[in-house]
Design a protein around this ligand. Structure first.
Ligand code: LFC
Ligand code: MG
Length: 441
């Protein structure tokens, strides 16, 4: 089966008009239209396809689509066997092409495109093996997993041997953790109640509904106006009570000193973490914020706009993050996320993935299940984000029970969307967008 050949890469710009209702809004992204560059790998076996995506928030998705097209020449004609027998080499081919790397390297639009293409390759591989991706990873021999990772630029922090040792150690009691996950699921938190554009009334209603559904961990958007933040945090803390968990997220709004002063003023609401307090590239800034907020019991979280494994390496080396937020679509897919998961394990920092958007929950649940079952073996201070939008457009949508992710069972990486949804939301020609255009006129 691995002999199947990829004969075509199709890519489409699919957008959902979430900004109309302020879903997903934060202090920097006030009107996101949750979108994807949606990739389908066609093979010489007509019934077998690989599905992948990367997440965007509307305008600019057409540029990612263009970048996927540029990468597709490196993919078409390859067999799955050629790819998976040297996945590290294939990762490098895509991320380090002698000409194309100039428009990265391993960052920005070209890296988002790499994520979409590689996510589709992993989806195809898992489908061929007839396993959900998390299970493919969990069952994989540690040496084979290591062979998928590009260790270039990492070895001063994590060598191949150290990574292998972590994976070999993780095999102990793996079976019981897998059974536990299948029975109980992986703990989640919700961001759906408190987008920045929601009114207090909306926030109250959504929060009460979430409490009734069993949610115990909540994230609220902050950063635009201090008085608003104090009012909203006080409201949500009252609603959830003193024992539930609260996180706050500023989406890069502040300078370093401003972040420290602002968050200190929100400390009375006892947030577990402040997420993206400042520029996502400012490693030393995050380290200063971490140091200043540690006495208040507030950690720093980041990762949804962290370009690549080398950035994560430095955040960890500089003790700049207390929570590592991997993202399934920002970096070079599973290959690069494996590197970050293993570095986080070495530095003993919990991984709490970023999710939401379109499909991010569907994808990242596979990675965090792998992290628990095969690497960290711990649930302490760990949870995966959940946002309750747009799951209905997926063939295998996430299943949440008692505020926990129930491991997916369908083969693949859960990236496949309903063709009907794709057609309707394709930008700009889909019927949803045509109707909006007509209304605006
Ligand atoms: C624009 C997006 O909705 C972001 O606000 C969102 O990803 C957010 O940062 C999150 O942590 O969920
Ligand atoms: Mg965030």
């Amino acid at each position: 089966m691995l002999a199947i050949k990829i004969i075509n890469v199709s890519v489409r710009d699919v957008r959902f008009p979430t900004s109309l209702e302020q879903h997903g809004s934060d202090a920097m992204h006030t009107d996101p239209d949750y979108s994807v560059a949606y990739v389908v790998l066609e093979t010489d076996k007509a019934e077998l396809k690989g599905y992948g995506l990367t997440f965007t928030v509307g305008r600019g998705t057409e540029i990612v689509v263009c970048a996927v097209k540029a990468l597709s020449t490196l993919v078409v004609g390859k067999t799955l066997e050629e790819i998976t027998s040297d996945f590290r080499g294939f990762y490098r081919l895509l991320s380090s092409d002698g000409q194309m790397r100039w428009i990265g390297p391993e960052k920005g639009v070209i890296h988002l495109a790499t994520a979409a293409v590689l996510n589709a390759v992993w989806d195809l591989w898992a489908r061929v093996e007839r396993k959900p991706l998390w299970k493919l990873l969990v069952d994989m021999d540690p040496a084979k997993l290591i062979s998928c990772i590009d260790f270039r630029y990492l070895t001063d922090a994590l060598t191949e041997q150290e990574a292998l040792d972590i994976l070999v150690k993780g095999k102990k009691d793996q079976k019981s953790r897998e059974e536990q996950m299948l029975k109980e699921g992986y703990p989640a938190y919700t961001t759906s109640c408190a987008w920045l554009g929601y009114t207090d009334q909306q926030l109250t209603q959504l929060c009460n509904e979430a409490l009734a559904q069993g949610w115990t961990k909540f994230k609220v958007k902050v950063g635009a106006d201090l008085q608003d933040d104090i009012r909203r945090c006080s409201l949500i803390r009252k609603l959830i009570g003193p024992n539930n968990t609260l996180m706050i997220d500023a989406n890069q709004r502040w300078d370093v000193n401003e972040a420290i002063t602002w968050v200190t003023k929100l400390a009375e609401f006892q947030p577990l973490w402040i997420e993206e307090p400042t520029c996502p590239d400012d490693i030393l800034g995050h380290a200063s914020i971490s140091k200043a907020l540690a006495p208040l019991g507030i950690g720093v979280a980041s990762g949804e706009q962290c370009h690549n494994r080398v950035m994560f390496k430095q955040f960890l080396q500089a003790s700049a993050l207390q929570f590592v937020q991997i993202d399934s679509c920002r970096v070079g897919s599973v290959n690069e996320n494996l590197a970050t998961i293993l570095m986080a394990a070495k530095f003993n920092v919990p991984v709490c993935p970023h999710a939401g958007g379109v499909g991010l929950c569907e994808l990242v649940q596979h990675l965090i299940l792998f992290d628990y079952i095969s690497v960290s073996a711990s649930l302490s201070n760990r949870m995966c984000e959940f946002v309750d939008h747009l799951h209905e457009h997926f063939k295998s949508p996430t299943v949440i029970r008692n505020a926990k992710y129930i491991p997916p069972k369908d083969p693949g990486f859960s990236c496949e969307m309903l063709e009907e949804s794709v057609k309707k939301h394709q930008y700009p020609e889909g019927e949803v967008w045509r109707a909006i255009e007509k209304q605006q006129k």
